[in-house]
Design a protein around this ligand. Structure first.
Ligand SMILES: Nc1ncnc2c1ncn2[C@@H]1O[C@H](COP(=O)(O)OP(=O)(O)OP(=O)(O)O)[C@@H](O)[C@H]1O
Ligand SMILES: O=C(O)C1=C[C@@H](O)[C@@H](O)[C@H](O)C1
Length: 190
């Protein structure tokens, strides 16, 4: 989901693993020569989604990369075909915490949130809730789920917004290991 920390947490994971990092939105911007907001404005969402699929296909051929995908990449089944070439992680952040972060930085670079009415927090929360309603099941296709609520409970913290990106990255790496071990066990049982 947008603002969930894919870039911030993904860069830490790449550093820990000694992998390269890439952001699929940034790659679309580079290829089209426009910002995501301008691509939505001038060419429309469908054009952006086609470019996003092309970029995810290219990235799926790379090795030793941590990739931060666009928050809406989950909606197209073809994108899952590409994402499942690697291990996918869902950063599950409560919507209220997401809306707080997004309200703090503004919605200019996030075109799907930009045209709502009301104060920044409320409009982000309303739109994020609607998007999550549409997409919740799709995020669950990810191989590993990193729930900020679970990390907070584990660390005895009440407020998910106090969790450091490093703590979240470490949990993501742990969840990936759990997934890979399960895969190994399933393979051995076959
Ligand atoms: N654990 C965290 N605690 C507090 N703020 C955070 C945390 N992780 C990320 N942020 C902040 O939230 C905002 C969004 O983070 P980031 O850009 O990493 O998310 P994203 O999922 O890549 O977003 P998008 O897909 O919309 O580009 C940034 O301002 C970032 O500094
Ligand atoms: O959630 C979404 O649909 C989006 C998230 C961003 O990362 C960008 O890919 C774009 O703004 C669309």
């Amino acid at each position: 989901m947008m603002g969930s920390g894919k870039t911030t947490v993904g860069k830490i994971m790449a550093q820990v693993l000694g992998y390269s990092f890439c952001d699929s939105d940034a790659l679309v911007e580079e290829e089209v020569g426009n910002s995501v907001a301008d691509i939505f404005k001038h060419y429309g969402e469908a054009f952006f989604r086609d470019k996003e699929t092309e970029v995810l296909h290219k990235l799926s051929l790379m090795r030793r990369f941590v990739i931060s995908t666009g928050g809406g990449a989950v909606i197209r089944p073809i994108n899952w075909k590409h994402m499942h070439k690697g291990v996918s992680v869902w950063l599950d952040v409560p919507l209220e915490a997401l809306a707080q972060r997004i309200a703090a930085v503004g919605t200019n670079s996030r075109p799907l949130l930009h045209y709502e009415a009301g104060d920044a927090y409320t409009r982000a929360l309303l739109k994020l809730s609607a998007l999550f309603e549409e997409r919740g099941d799709s995020y669950a296709n990810a191989n590993a789920r990193v729930s900020l609520e679970k990390i907070a409970a584990k660390l005895g913290q009440r407020d998910v917004s106090k969790l450091s990106p490093t703590a979240i990255a470490l949990e993501a790496l742990e969840q990936i290991e759990v997934f890979l071990k399960e895969e190994d066990n399933n393979y051995a049982e076959r």
